[in-house]
Design a protein around this ligand. Structure first.
Ligand SMILES: [Zn+2]
Length: 123
């Protein structure tokens, strides 16, 4: 039985600042990843493969970035709504140390572990 800890306003403003900073960094960052998507494959098949590889990598990076932006937005909304730091799976509070490491964490460490092993089994 873990009671949700009451998070202090000062902790929230620290989290908010960290999330905002990360959000600006990620969403306003360089577009070099996007540029890779515009690579024109040359006639040479090796170049073609490299371009394809870079494109796949760029797509993966863009997807990861889009997910991160989404997670950051949700975390910022959670702070405003007062639901920040609550695991969306089991509704226990997420440990402060985990939030220090991953301020946009949506799941507690237990549920994250379960989700990851489920994903591994599915793969
Ligand atoms: Zn959980």
């Amino acid at each position: 039985m873990i009671k949700s800890e009451v998070r202090s306003d000062s902790e929230m403003s620290v989290r908010w600042a960290a999330l905002r900073r990360k959000f600006v960094e990620v969403s306003g960052g360089s577009d070099s990843v996007r540029d890779n998507l515009n690579l024109e494959p040359g006639g040479d098949s090796m170049e073609h493969q490299v371009a394809g590889f870079n494109r796949d990598l760029a797509v993966q990076q863009l997807e990861a970035r889009a997910r991160l932006i989404h997670d950051l937005q949700r975390a910022l909304e959670g702070i405003q709504a007062g639901t920040y730091g609550i695991c969306s799976e089991c509704e226990e509070s997420i440990g402060a140390r985990r939030l220090d490491a991953v301020p946009w964490a949506r799941l507690c460490i237990t549920c994250q572990g379960l989700a990851e092993s489920a994903a591994r089994e599915a793969a």
